[in-house]
Design a protein around this ligand. Structure first.
Ligand SMILES: Cc1ncc(COP(=O)(O)O)c(C=O)c1O
Ligand SMILES: N[C@@H](CCCC[NH3+])C(=O)O
Length: 477
């Protein structure tokens, strides 16, 4: 690590960052891969998104605020649709994973860009339906969908229900029979892949709650619980088997896991053909494509993912003598994540002496783990920048923390920020479009920030910020 001439304090602070974090030559520079497409720093040093200075956004809408670049989100969605249509000429569907960020405006953008939608709760389904999304283009996930949620999905005509347990198969079969319909079903398969990501966001290793295991099963028959689930779906006249579903986890950067999972799930497809004489027409390979949160991350482009998956699927289908099923994928983070940043105001700057005399700089902002729980929950890495002015002060390694009563309330664990950072400055954290607002909470009765969408030089609120009245409205005493 290069030590700046700023002196002992800076050198000491510099010893406490991760090995990969390099001091920037110019602390005002933006790394394009981390920011929504329309974000630039103006000559006055103020960040602009869609042509609007963030100082204007802060003055108009307050901080913290999630700021989403509509054109950026739309273009990522469109890139997935185009890439998968090109890679799978017989047809492929992209289901935007609404859990990453959902509101009525986003539902409409996704519909207009020609994508389908993945929801995983009655609440997400309600938002999709309220925004007028075609139910036939919705996939409904969840390891514990209630009877009421299943009923709503069946009544609305949801296009696919991804079943996740034997209890659910029985429940759904009864419900669909009572309604006199055949419910379209996919079977969620646990393929036993150890995805290289945080344990809490990996979903295809054996010891977790999702899906039916390919390898293991109480029934003790070939194909594990997954093959047994297929038998039970096929045996239920009120269920229609669309296909198999596999999702190996989230924030994944290499194709290897997808290759193993496609091979294993197509192995089950071949077993279904041999055992039942049918080839389910569809196959969903899930989402999980990683994005860049820091300079260390090197994500796939949609076209690379689509091409890699097409090669893998074609190869495995040829090997098993199968026809290529209609493929679907479920990207969430890689569509919504890079399209937004969070704008905070600095409240305090504090240098804390560590054991051995080194110093850590704590920059406190007006949000925290209530608007972004990912750093506390997954030890996630983020970067950030001073957004409201230029600075020629030397960079100082800093830790950006929130205002909550919790020492793990960290937003950005380590980042070089100008050493003259002061209360009132604005900080922007990129890559916060996914799993931030959607995982926001009211810890310490801190109201959740709103979401401001910027497009064509105009800004509008698409999710209103909570107020204290909102918090008190639920407290009926
Ligand atoms: C079944 C399923 N599909 C899609 C996704 C979306 O993942 P990501 O946002 O990482 O693309 C998830 C979340 O991990 C998921 O559980
Ligand atoms: N919420 C996770 C990803 C989703 C995991 C659920 N399948 C994250 O913030 O990274």
């Amino acid at each position: 690590m290069r030590v700046h001439e700023a002196g002992a304090l800076h050198a000491d602070i510099g010893q406490h960052g991760p090995a990969w974090l390099r001091e920037p030559d110019d602390v005002n520079l933006l790394l394009p891969q981390l920011w929504p497409g329309s974000v630039v720093r103006g000559a006055d040093g103020v960040l602009r998104v869609g042509g609007i200075p963030v100082t204007d956004l802060a003055a108009e809408y307050g901080t913290p605020a999630y700021v989403v670049d509509e054109a950026d989100l739309r273009s990522r969605a469109a890139a997935y649709r185009t890439a998968f249509s090109a890679a799978f000429p017989a047809g492929a569907d992209v289901y935007y994973a609404g859990k990453s960020f959902l509101c009525k405006a986003v539902v409409r953008w996704i519909a207009e860009e020609g994508l389908n939608l993945d929801v995983c709760s009655g609440g997400e389904l309600a938002v999709a339906l309220a925004a007028g999304f075609d139910p036939a283009r919705i996939g409904f996930h969840g390891n514990n969908k209630s009877l009421a949620e299943l009923d709503r999905a069946v009544s609305a005509g949801v296009g696919r229900i991804i079943v996740d347990s034997f209890d659910e198969i029985e429940r759904l079969a009864t419900l669909a029979a009572d309604r006199g319909v055949r419910a379209p079903v996919m079977v969620r398969v646990t393929v036993g892949v150890e995805a290289h990501t945080h344990e809490y966001i990996a979903t295809a290793h054996e010891d977790q709650k999702f899906g039916f295991s390919l390898n293991r099963g109480r029934a003790g028959r070939e194909g594990g619980d997954a093959a047994e689930a297929v038998r039970r779906v096929l045996a239920a006249p009120s269920l229609r088997l669309l296909g198999l579903h596999s999702h190996i986890g989230s924030q994944i950067y290499d194709a290897q896991g997808f290759e193993v999972s496609a091979r294993r799930v197509l192995g089950l497809q071949a077993q279904i053909r041999d055992e039942h004489g049918i080839e389910p027409p569809e196959l969903d390979l899930g989402g999980g494509f990683g994005i860049a949160y820091t300079t260390q991350d090197d994500p796939f482009e949609p076209v690379e993912i689509a091409t890699a998956l097409a090669g893998i699927v074609q190869h495995e289908c040829t090997a098993y003598g199968l026809s290529v099923p209609r493929i679907s994928v479920e990207p969430g983070r890689s569509i919504s994540g890079p399209a937004a940043f969070t704008l905070y105001e600095v409240g305090t700057v504090k240098d804390v002496e560590l054991d051995g005399g080194a110093v850590r700089r704590y920059v406190s902002v007006d949000g925290g783990m209530s608007d972004n729980i990912r750093t506390a929950l997954y030890d996630a890495s983020y970067s950030c920048t001073l957004a409201s002015r230029l600075s020629d002060a030397p960079p100082a390694l800093s830790r950006v923390v929130g205002k909550h009563c919790e020492s793990g309330d960290i937003v950005v664990r380590d980042e070089f920020l100008p050493s003259d950072l002061a209360p009132g400055d604005l900080i922007a954290v990129p890559g916060t479009g996914a799993y931030t607002r959607s995982m926001a909470n009211n810890y310490n009765h801190v109201p959740r920030p709103g979401v401001v969408a910027v497009a064509d030089g105009t800004a509008r609120v698409i999710v209103r910020a909570e107020t204290e009245d909102d918090l008190l409205r639920l407290d009926v005493g």
